[in-house]
Ligand binder design. Structure first.
Ligand SMILES: Nc1ncnc2c1ncn2[C@@H]1O[C@H](COP(=O)(O)OP(=O)(O)O)[C@@H](O)[C@H]1O
Ligand SMILES: [Mg+2]
Length: 284
């Protein structure tokens, strides 16, 4: 089994209009997606396209109304496996303040482990290692409320890391952070992927963050409309704009130059390559 998550034709609607006769609105309309172990995947899509809804299916917070989701090999509809699933697949949300439960950083990181009944020595080791791996060990005795947004989000990530998951789903983890906090969280997430092989699924609306992933999935209206490496996804400039998304500035520049008749490659997503391409064009 090389997939950590596998969604098969997932359909979903929220059940909250029971007092009306209207049929439920389908929020996911047949989403199929395989996420390989060790992959770094970004999910893009306009507000309301279903990103958070599909993400919550990946660790059984939501269950499909149609189709199947397998997480770490377990069918998420299997109640008896909920605990296993949550241990293998952790989730980090947008607002760090809603995720912090304790008044001391290390207690916060230990919280889930205490509930799992991990013994004190192992707990100490796991908490210390988790805090070190997100660069927050020196803050272990601080109050979370004294920390910056980026630091709080890293503590929330440490709380998940302490569970030793195979996969972490992050739902717009940088949306409420300043640029420095965003960079800290992205660097942490990339390092966890690179050094520990933890599968990362990050939902973001920042193109520069998505460009750092191995693969991007683009959602629109409850469906996946693009699924490819970043340079391929972003080369669909017109389609991305049509669904209200941007592409990296350098890709946009190449696209516009192409429209002006220059031989410009829209698969370029980083500034250095763009500079090289412009240099070559100027030489011609
Ligand atoms: N708890 C909920 N109850 C009813 N409808 C919801 C709920 N959460 C989300 N929705 C609706 O489902 C659709 C998809 O939402 P969501 O998955 O949050 O999208 P995204 O994360 O891409 O912004 C939207 O139309 C949204 O209004
Ligand atoms: Mg969302």
């Amino acid at each position: 089994m090389d997939n950590i998550i596998s969604a098969e034709n997932v359909e979903f609607h929220y059940d909250n209009n029971f007092d009306t006769d209207e049929p439920p609105v389908k929020v996911l309309k047949g989403v199929s997606l395989d996420i390989r172990k060790g992959e770094f995947l970004a999910v893009l899509g306009h507000n309301g396209s279903g990103k958070s809804t599909i993400a919550k299916h990946f660790n059984a917070i939501l269950l499909p109304c149609g189709g199947k989701v397998y997480a770490a090999g377990f069918d998420t509809a299997d109640d008896d496996r909920l605990f296993d699933i949550r241990q293998h697949v952790g989730m980090v949300f947008q607002n760090p303040d809603n995720q912090i439960v304790a008044t001391i950083v290390e207690e916060d990181v230990a919280f889930a482990l205490e509930n799992m009944g991990v013994d004190p020595d192992e707990m100490r080791e796991r908490v210390d290692n988790a805090l070190k791996s997100v660069g927050m060990y020196e803050y272990r005795e601080h109050s979370p409320h004294q920390l910056s947004g980026g630091q709080k989000q890293r503590v929330a990530i440490a709380g998940i890391i302490a569970m030793r998951p195979d996969c972490i789903i992050l739902d717009e983890p940088t949306a409420m952070l300043d640029p420095k906090g965003r960079r800290e969280v992205m660097a942490t997430v990339k390092q966890l992927n690179r050094d520990f092989g933890i599968t990362i699924v990050i939902i973001t609306h920042y193109m520069d963050e998505a460009a750092q992933a191995d693969r991007i999935v683009v959602m629109d209206g409850g469906r996946i409309i693009l699924d490819d490496v970043p340079s391929e996804v972003f080369s669909h400039v017109d389609e991305m704009k049509r669904i209200g998304l941007d592409v990296p500035q350098v890709t946009e520049l190449m696209h516009r130059m192409g429209k002006l008749g220059f031989d410009a490659d829209t698969h370029i997503i980083d500034e250095e390559k763009c500079a090289e391409a412009l240099f070559e064009l100027l030489k011609k």
